[in-house]
Design a protein around this ligand. Structure first.
Ligand code: ATP
Length: 225
């Protein structure tokens, strides 16, 4: 990935929630950690243009988040904190196909794309199921599948293992590691980031540590005390 933040800051209702910073993200696996309210989601939503900075510019894989919002959205998939909310059609296969509409494929091509992604994630057996019948881990994978089917270059996942039991958590963790797409994971599940080449630690609207997972997690433990 190539995400460039140039002198960016974010203010909500007169309160600065991200202090001015410049940063370049180029790694394939990036973790984002920090206390509740430290600015992690705000930061991540700027990468796909959901939040626009009050100062500065954000460029994602060559496209300006403000001027070229459409191009940016098409390249960055986002799995939100409560993925059940982003599955809008009852049947999983129909929800996944929604992400393909902009590509104007034939029905056959759509079906193939949906079944290919489902096979990749090991959820082919869920295609005919209804979202409300699925377990937390299955919902997480189904929401990820609906995002992947749109062929994003970067996938952002906000707390993907939140509220999952150990088996589902491990399943999601393995899936994240196996994805060929570039991944940004926001998480309080620090083990999920083990081996990640780059982790950013947010604290009170600033990036206070930036480096390999082990170093940054140690700093976070220190900071929290
Ligand atoms: N749309 C908004 N309007 C006003 N304030 C907001 C808005 N979105 C976020 N904030 C505030 O900005 C700060 C940073 O929020 P953000 O969601 O980025 O934190 P976070 O690190 O992702 O937190 P968490 O771990 O709890 O998800 C918080 O104080 C939050 O209340």
């Amino acid at each position: 990935m190539q995400v460039v933040f140039n002198d960016v800051s974010v203010t909500y209702a007169g309160r600065v929630v991200l202090q001015p910073f410049s940063l370049r993200l180029t790694e394939r696996r990036i973790g984002i950690i920090g206390l509740n309210g430290s600015g992690k989601s705000t930061f991540s939503k700027m990468i796909n243009g959901l939040v626009l900075p009050d100062t500065g510019t954000v460029t994602t894989n060559g496209f300006d988040a403000r001027q070229q919002a459409h191009e940016v959205r098409a390249r960055v998939g986002y799995v939100f904190q409560h993925p059940a909310n982003q599955i809008v059609l009852p049947l999983i296969k129909d929800d996944m196909a929604l992400g393909l509409k902009r590509l104007r494929l034939t029905r056959q091509e759509e079906e193939r794309a949906v079944s290919d992604v489902a096979a990749r994630l090991g959820i082919s057996h869920l295609l005919e199921r209804r979202a409300h019948e699925l377990s937390g881990g299955e919902v997480q994978l189904a929401a990820l599948a609906s995002v992947l089917v749109g062929a994003p270059e970067i996938v952002i996942m906000d707390e993907p293992t939140n509220q999952l039991d150990l088996r589902n958590r491990n399943m999601v963790s393995r899936t994240i590691r196996s994805l060929p797409e570039d991944i940004i994971v926001i998480t309080h599940d620090l083990e999920l980031l083990s081996g990640f080449e780059r982790v950013l630690l947010f604290h009170e609207g600033r990036i206070v540590e930036d480096g390999p997972a082990e170093v940054v997690i140690a700093r976070y433990q220190e900071l929290v005390g």
